[in-house]
Design a binder for this molecule. Structure first.
Ligand code: PAF
Length: 292
């Protein structure tokens, strides 16, 4: 039973989203789930499309989760275009929009949280200590609230996707996780809610992330397998862009995110940079058709 875009139900309490989901379930519908922090863009909409293909009913959450922001990060300035988000969700065909306040999700001091695996200390985790514990804690809560059959995550946050899959596997959560491809602007910039912070100059410089990743793919396609040589090929592109401050650029196993001495078809190049006060991440797999 696929409902129409116009009847989107908007709720902000856990009880109300549970009730709405239960009604659909009672009529035999399967539930797809797209968790977001809002500031929706075409990348999120592509996740909704995946959900609509996979399940009868799509639930989207919009919650800027304080637990996953460090003390010096952009929690207070994180964009919250509430009306535009609601219109985009409705237009995309979301059936239930769950938009809780912080006090609904975290009414008291937390005594129990999810602790991410060791891989959470690498890459994003080394710049953002505790970030993935915050992500996994809120995702576990959202899974328990919505109880979806399938949940869709974007591959732009590759480390997040890997850790969510590990949590679902290790804690025997009864749902399927789909990791959907990155959506890019025509010029190759990966869509991100944070792109709106970029000045015109920084936006131009941000294109170097994709250029660097493609350079690594080209080197891999020419036969280079040495991880350090591949990383150097990407870093050489980034070094030309003066405003870009590289946080990390690495070639890793795409499933474990561990660095290996030699790259394979399943390896991914991952990158994080600072551009002014904005931090951007991107990645590409070295094998297959991850090219545009
Ligand atoms: O990717 C995001 O937007 C967030 O990390 C998520 C998964 C919604 C958890 O807050």
């Amino acid at each position: 039973m696929q409902s129409t875009a116009t009847d989107m139900i908007v709720v902000n309490t856990i009880a109300a989203v549970r009730e709405a989901v239960a009604k659909f379930r009672a009529s035999g519908s399967t539930i797809g789930f797209v968790p977001t922090m809002g500031a929706l863009h075409a990348g999120h909409i592509s996740l909704v499309k995946w959900s609509r293909r996979e399940a009868d009913v799509t639930v989207m959450s919009i919650f800027v989760n304080p637990l996953q922001f460090g003390p010096n990060e952009d929690l207070s300035r994180y964009p919250r275009p509430v009306e535009n988000d609601e219109a985009m969700a409705r237009e995309a065909g979301v059936d239930i929009l769950f938009r809780p306040e912080v006090k609904e999700m975290y009414p008291s001091e937390r005594e129990i949280t999810v602790t991410a695996a060791a891989v959470a200390e690498l890459w994003e985790g080394s710049s953002r200590p505790g970030h993935f514990d915050g992500v996994l804690t809120v995702v576990a809560k959202l899974f328990n609230i919505v109880q979806p059959d399938v949940a869709i995550f974007g591959r732009k946050d590759l480390q997040q996707a890997v850790l969510v899959q590990a949590m679902v596997h290790d804690l025997d959560m009864p749902l399927k996780v789909i990791v959907a491809p990155i959506v890019r602007e025509r010029d190759g910039l990966a869509l991100s809610s944070r792109n709106r912070y970029l000045s015109e100059t920084d936006r131009k410089a941000a294109l170097s992330l994709n250029r660097a990743l493609k350079e690594v793919r080209r080197a891999f396609a020419r036969g280079e397998r040495n991880t350090t040589a591949l990383e150097n090929a990407g870093l050489a592109v980034l070094e030309h862009e003066t405003p870009v401050k590289t946080d990390y650029f690495a070639v890793v196993n795409g499933s474990t995110l561990m660095r290996e001495r030699m790259a394979t078809e399943k390896s991914a190049a991952i990158v994080a940079v600072h551009l002014g006060s904005t931090r951007l991440i991107d990645n590409r797999f070295l094998g297959g058709d991850d090219e545009d």
